[in-house]
Write a protein that binds this ligand. Structure first.
Ligand code: GLP
Length: 630
């Protein structure tokens, strides 16, 4: 996409889109390093406002590298953190105090006295005075030279939730339901997530002389586009960054994907009408004015900024038919290819009639949630399917489930109960929020593997076809702190070389780069690169499925597998087996409490969209897109 003043015309905040979060973080780190060096040389302190969350972790790794390898000194750096959960002691594994020390401060030469983090243990009655003193400390330090920000899915910066005013100052706030749900994974259950936090105010943040906001992954795309392109409003606090004289947003492609210049480029400038953009524009137009594709008129195109498309590829009649056919050809009941059929316009090739298929599931349950119906079809149609679980997902199991399993084993009495007794004892002794012992994680892993096997059987696949890779990055890590290594890549490469698949199904390619699905996809990508020249690679297609939190847009879909009402029910029954993953959350978007409800909702929604575009009306559709290395 050409970048020009014209196609950025809707953007009220300066956005820089980078090829990856790593590259963006390295640039942000370089900017900080230049400033720190300049101030160090002049004998001036550098005052940094810092953020927590997964987003700045890469930036912090870069700062640590600069300190170690390029002698960047932090002796004269003073830091103020944005926020902290209220009610958490510093030692809590999820406290921001602990996060900042583990992710950054412990690895630098910064004097402890220079570090300021809101204190989550201040009694309620003293919080107000404490917050005023925090502001005073920032002022006394000379104000913030640079403030680093992430963004929450509610549009919060720091913990300034919707409703926070432009002039708000450091204070105690109540966390939004969505924010608490997003944190539920870290706290293993939403019930454990604190309800309050202390945060710098929007006004405090805006006083920084320079602001760098970082964002990665598609989950942030919608809220970012709103913050950048809509009028500032207190229902989206990040939008108040508009008007700051020196703010810059560094985004990866997934986080930037909802900006008009990327999502609807025809609305903001001249575009290269490639087949992909043409399809997107036609589908958008049909959805925008609520007409099926075949009923779009020439004037519909010209009234919606697409006159040049008509000139190039019109009139509407022929263009409509072409796009309709393209969409029609994405639909197939044969996800592994239809034997004996002319496959020229089908998503998958007919030969070989029986394919070797590997489905990669970042954690157990991702497979059935994303493609349970398709999985069953592949099995029914005689393909040789292996499901590879990259991780055991043990971090996602609540203690109560593990306690129940330990009791069960003990009840069975006899031999082999020692391990269960150990786990029961450890669970009993485990302080709230403490990390799991290796034994607890082991038992939780056993639970999830059992659920995965039962779920596969419900899809018609023998449990023996499950392969549990237990990738080391997950077993040795915790959320937000995972790091993939050679051993992870080698394990996936070995499986691929053994199976030599014709089809691979995977997910996570545009997820938050610190998430398990994104890391899983990165491992797969590198494993495929290792096998680049091998014969089987030339005849292997990679299909992407999505998690239950987001579906593909019809214009992006390259294979749509439709389901009957009965097949949809079967899929949901397969998901039920993932009992440990039942939601413990009382408040969820659109009343969809359980992941199976979300999957059902999305599968029906895609079918509804196909129907509205004038295609056949199905009960539900699972959708896929091909991944091409380039
Ligand atoms: C928390 C923090 C924010 C952060 C947000 C996003 O709410 N208080 O400062 O920006 O999470 O988190 P993540 O970077 O993990 O997506």
């Amino acid at each position: 996409m050409r970048s020009s003043a014209e196609n950025e015309q809707r953007e009220r905040l300066k956005c820089v889109v980078h090829p990856s979060a790593d590259i963006a973080s390295a640039l942000a780190a370089a900017e900080l390093a230049t400033l720190i060096r300049r101030n160090n040389a002049a004998g001036r302190p550098t005052v940094l406002g810092l953020a927590t969350g997964s987003t700045p972790v890469r930036l912090y790794r870069q700062l640590i590298r600069l300190h170690r390898e390029e002698k960047l000194s932090f002796k004269n750096v003073v830091t103020f953190n944005l926020d902290e959960y209220h009610g958490l002691p510093r030692t809590h594994p999820e406290s921001y105090w602990r996060f900042m020390h583990e992710q950054l401060f412990n690895h630098l030469d910064i004097p402890p006295a220079n570090i300021h983090i809101p204190d989550g243990t201040v009694p309620r009655a003293e919080v107000f005075a404490w917050c005023r003193a925090y502001e005073e400390q920032i002022r006394a330090a000379g104000g913030l030279d640079v403030q680093i920000l992430g963004i929450g899915r509610t549009g919060h910066i720091g913990f300034n939730e919707p409703g926070s005013g432009r002039d708000s100052r450091t204070r105690l706030v109540t966390l939004d339901a969505l924010t608490r749900r997003d944190a539920a994974r870290d706290f293993v259950g939403e019930a454990n997530v604190p309800r309050h936090a202390i945060t710098m105010g929007v006004g405090t943040i805006l006083e920084a002389r320079r602001i760098l906001l970082l964002a990665w992954g598609e989950a942030k795309a919608r809220v970012l586009a709103d913050a950048v392109e809509k009028s500032p409003t207190d229902s989206l606090p990040a939008s108040f960054l508009q008007g700051h004289p020196a703010v810059e947003l560094h985004l990866d492609a997934a986080a930037a994907s909802e900006l008009t210049r990327l999502r609807h480029p025809w609305l903001v400038g001249t575009v290269d009408w490639t087949p992909a953009i043409t399809r997107r524009a036609v589908v958008w137009l049909a959805q925008q004015i609520g007409k099926p594709v075949l009923k779009l008129l020439d004037e519909d195109y010209s009234e919606h900024g697409m006159a040049d498309l008509l000139t190039e590829q019109g009139p509407a009649y022929g263009l409509n038919i072409r796009i309709f056919n393209e969409l029609q050809h994405t639909i197939t009941g044969w996800p592994g290819g239809k034997p004996g059929a002319d496959d020229q316009h089908r998503p998958e090739r007919a030969l070989p009639a029986q394919k070797r298929v590997v489905v990669f599931s970042p954690e157990p349950s991702d497979d059935v949630l994303g493609m349970g119906g398709t999985l069953r079809r592949l099995v029914d149609q005689g393909h040789d399917v292996t499901v590879a679980y990259l991780t055991s997902g043990n971090l996602g199991v609540p203690d109560e489930e593990a306690a129940m399993a330990a009791e069960l084993v003990i009840d069975l009495a006899g031999t082999g109960t020692e391990f269960a007794q150990t786990v029961r004892r450890q669970l009993g002794a485990k302080a709230a929020y403490e990390s799991d012992t290796p034994e607890i994680r082991q038992l939780k892993g056993v639970l999830r593997r059992g659920e995965a096997r039962a779920s596969l059987q419900a899809c018609g696949l023998a449990a023996a076809r499950a392969r549990f890779l237990d990738l080391p990055f997950y077993e040795q890590g915790r959320y937000r702190q995972f790091r993939i290594g050679e051993a992870d890549i080698a394990a996936v490469a070995a499986l691929l070389r053994e199976v030599q698949p014709h089809q691979i199904f995977a997910t996570g390619h545009s997820a938050d780069p610190s998430s398990v699905p994104a890391l899983g996809f990165e491992v797969l990508r590198r494993a495929l690169a290792l096998a680049a020249g091998e014969a089987w690679r030339a005849d292997c297609r990679v299909w992407l499925y999505r998690g239950p939190d987001r579906e593909w847009e019809p214009a992006e879909i390259e294979m749509a597998v439709p389901f009957s009402p009965r097949e949809l029910t079967q899929k949901i029954q397969a998901i039920y087996h993932h009992k440990s993953q039942r939601s413990q959350s009382p408040v969820v978007a659109a009343g969809l409490h359980e992941s199976w409800q979300q999957a059902e909702h999305h599968n029906r929604a895609i079918a509804g969209r196909y129907d509205a575009l004038g295609l056949a009306e199905y009960e539900a559709i699972e959708a896929f897109r091909r991944w091409r290395e380039s």
